[in-house]
Design a protein around this ligand. Structure first.
Ligand code: 4AD
Ligand code: MG
Length: 436
């Protein structure tokens, strides 16, 4: 039977003092102080302190308590009491404790462990307070971003993972055998399919896992990450930036409202997040370039693409995220539309998060002219045949259109104030990590 009450319900004031409840969960920790026993119980939604007093808890509860270890699964009953000093402001005055499943020598103890050890035990690590908080924030980031688009009439439009073509360049493609037929590539981005969706539904969004065979070992790179990619017919680059900043403020507001406890667990400075309001600053590539020529520590020259350190410098100019727009054409993928007013430059934008989190969104207006697009496909040395369907979109009622992709883990890392994206996905895939 499902539990009737979760710890989260108690913390959200859905119960009253003196209520008798039954909690089903796991032992987070236990300790004794004289005759009183303390049992921290987590049920997946939160952790509450149980207290066993002589005379109130059963004899059996005391003897079961003695055999409990970290992560033993338990069913606990008792009465709720307000306890301002206890985590969450409540405690459970225990009457009975029943062991469900044993846990002997749980490998993750309250002492310090190195990141490799913790990542090897990721299947258990996710039960720890900090990881638990981060993944609950991630879930809220996904929920809020989908909600934002759903509320505005976007159609959720799932793109395939096996694809015959590259989207973001051929250097970091994962190739797989696709029966006897051909090679397939794991999707780097659902965007090209999202464009078909935009022409069919007006406004659509793709949400799914994306894959990059990135050899980069940085705190911002995963080989498998999740991306939400809206695509809209008749949208231009200014409207794209406006859509992106409205989405980001909706996500931040939702996390502040619905994940306050988790932000507190992570000791995130919420005052910084509360200041994030639209409109965000917009800086052209040229303005950014002028700043970096003076301030970059990595020897930036005009025309270069930004390194991680450069992004940190640019984004530090504002407390909210900063848009950089108008990148040189040679820095952007084949589908990016050239600015008719500025040959050599593109109608593109990146959104850089403050506090050193770097690019969280990449977006652009798409080339909508068949001849120019075909030329770009050739210039980028891509196989024209596999893009025939994509060119059809320019042959049958092409319109100006644009979209962007927000990286869920980068966004979660920034909002949570967690330095490394590997903690922002349940099971990270990186250069040297394929398990668990
Ligand atoms: O800038 P990117 O490569 O853009 C695209 O894929 C476009 N097709 C999106 C679109 O217009 N529909 O990736 C978009 C975002 C980045 O800003 C970043 O947040 C995230 O995806 N991202 C990564 N996150 C983790 N690990 C990686 N290796 C990432 N590469 C990109
Ligand atoms: Mg990008």
């Amino acid at each position: 039977m499902l539990p009737k009450i979760y710890v989260e319900d108690i913390f959200n004031q859905k119960c009253a003092e003196g209520d008798s409840v039954e909690l089903k969960g796991w032992v987070y920790n236990k300790r004794s102080s004289g005759k009183v026993k303390f049992l921290l119980v987590r049920d997946g939604t939160g952790t509450i302190q149980g207290v066993l007093f002589k005379g109130e808890a059963s004899e059996n509860a005391f003897s079961v308590f003695e055999g409990l270890n970290q992560e033993t699964s338990v069913v606990v009953t008792g009465k709720l009491a307000k306890a301002p000093k206890a985590p969450g402001g409540w405690e459970l005055q225990v009457s009975s404790v029943e062991q469900v499943g044993a846990s002997v020598d749980y490998p993750i103890t309250p002492k310090e462990h190195g990141p490799a050890f913790l990542l090897d035990h990721r299947h258990l690590w996710i039960r720890s307070k900090r990881q638990h908080a981060i993944l609950r924030i991630r879930s809220e980031v996904v929920r809020a971003s989908r909600e934002f688009f759903d509320q505005q009439g976007f159609v959720g439009f799932d793109a395939p993972i096996f694809t015959p073509n590259a989207c973001e360049g051929t250097t970091d493609l994962f190739e797989v055998d696709y029966f006897d037929e051909a090679k397939a590539y794991l999707s780097q981005s659902g965007q090209l399919y999202g464009e078909a969706g935009a022409f069919a539904f007006g406004k659509a969004y793709v949400f799914g896992p994306t894959f990059r065979a990135e050899k980069s070992k940085t705190r911002r790179h995963l080989t498998e990450f999740w991306m939400l990619e809206p695509e809209v017919a008749y949208m231009n680059i200014e409207e794209t930036m406006s859509l992106a900043e409205r989405m980001i403020t909706h996500i931040v507001d939702s996390v502040l409202k619905n994940r306050a406890r988790e932000l507190e667990t992570l000791e995130r400075d919420v005052e910084i997040l509360k200041k994030i309001k639209a409109p965000f600053a917009r800086m052209s590539y040229d303005e950014a370039s002028d700043i970096l020529v003076k301030e970059s520590k990595d020897g930036f020259k005009a025309g270069d693409s930004f390194g991680g350190g450069d992004e940190t410098i640019l984004a530090s100019k504002n407390s909210a995220p900063t848009f950089i727009y108008g990148f040189p054409m040679n820095q952007k993928p084949f589908y990016t539309k050239e600015d008719p007013a500025r040959p050599g430059y593109s109608l593109s934008c990146d959104l850089l998060a403050p506090e050193g989190y770097g690019e969280i969104i990449g977006g652009a207006q798409r080339e909508d002219d068949e001849v120019k697009l075909l030329q770009k496909i050739k210039e980028h040395d891509l196989d024209e045949k596999v893009f025939s369907w994509y060119l059809d979109l320019r042959r049958f009622g092409s319109v100006p259109h644009a979209g962007f992709g927000v990286g869920i883990e980068r966004c979660t890392a920034w909002i949570s104030g967690v330095p490394h994206v590997r903690e922002c996905i349940p099971f990270p895939r990186m250069l040297n990590r394929l398990s668990p």
